[in-house]
Write a protein that binds this ligand. Structure first.
Ligand code: PLP
Length: 278
């Protein structure tokens, strides 16, 4: 398994991360997860635009520009002969004795690896169930930072309930899920939380909204409540690893007729048709 570490491709055994890395102490860093289809990196520009927004907000300097980093990730994908899977990439503020304020002279540490991962064919076909949980995260959920403890706790809540994921809500308003965005369909209109500070601006979310428009399906970026989710005709989540996955029940109650809906299916097909082929 080859890793990208700083700007070098090296085997995992040669990657040495210091215990004083601020990612380890504070979760002080940013990350991205890219999809690879047929050996091709998917939506690279959108991921790097989001990464740039996060590192700018955190005041971490990327060691290279989009073009150079894209080239390095492409080399990583080739080195690992990855066809179907993901690239995980993270960058931390660097290594220094533990003080909260930015340490002087610390150099950012960049690391990326690949992981084979099949498309989620079974859950996309069948759908998943979900449970609602209060969204206790901070007010910059639009930044993709390494601090994921609320997401980790929430996902475990889902597992404890035997469900596929949680639906986060702030005082009854649905935001998103633990690692995906949420959309509902009511009377033929696709609705999802606006891209503000309360959700991650999902790359897949943007792809699906674009596809909906080209399919002639009306979309609305307005918040909806847990009650409206329960009354929706259809619900689905979007994300790099889940693509377009139907949500067929929430808190034990069926959404619509409890089966993946027609609009969800149409968007799945449109998504599939837009997957890059070698
Ligand atoms: N929301 C959260 C909290 C996430 O962690 C993710 C992805 O990891 C998403 C939404 C979906 O974003 P994307 O479509 O860019 O994968």
């Amino acid at each position: 398994q080859i890793y990208l570490y700083q700007n070098r491709l090296i085997p995992l055994t040669q990657v040495h991360i210091s215990p004083e890395d601020r990612g380890y102490y504070f979760g002080d860093g940013a990350y991205e997860v890219f999809r690879v289809y047929n050996g091709i990196l998917y939506e690279t520009e959108a991921h790097f635009t989001r990464l740039k927004k996060t590192v700018d907000a955190l005041r971490i300097k990327l060691p290279a520009d989009h073009t150079a980093l894209t080239r390095q990730l492409e080399e990583l994908v080739r080195a690992n002969r990855l066809q179907e899977g993901i690239v995980y990439m993270q960058i931390t503020r660097g290594t220094a004795p533990r003080v909260h304020a930015f340490p002087a002279g610390a150099e950012p540490v960049l690391m990326a690896y690949t992981q084979p991962l099949a498309r989620p064919v079974a859950t996309m076909e069948k759908g998943i169930s979900a449970v609602t949980t209060e969204d206790i995260r901070w007010l910059r959920c639009d930044l993709k930072t390494l601090n994921l403890l609320p997401n980790v706790m929430a996902k475990q809540t889902a597992v404890d309930h035997g469900t596929g994921d949680v639906v986060f809500h702030r005082s009854g308003t649905v935001t998103e899920c633990s690692a995906s965005n949420m959309m509902i369909v009511k009377n033929g209109v696709v609705r999802t939380h606006p891209a503000d500070n309360l959700i991650l601006h999902g790359v897949t979310r943007a792809v699906v909204l674009r596809l909906a428009q080209s399919e002639g399906i009306p979309t609305q970026e307005t918040p909806f409540t847990v009650e409206e989710l329960l009354q929706a005709d259809e619900a689905f989540i979007t994300g790099t690893t889940v693509e377009v996955t139907p949500v067929t029940s929430v808190d034990g109650k069926p959404i619509g007729d409890g089966r993946p809906g027609a609009v969800t299916r149409q968007l799945q097909q449109a998504f599939e048709a837009a997957i890059p082929t070698a």
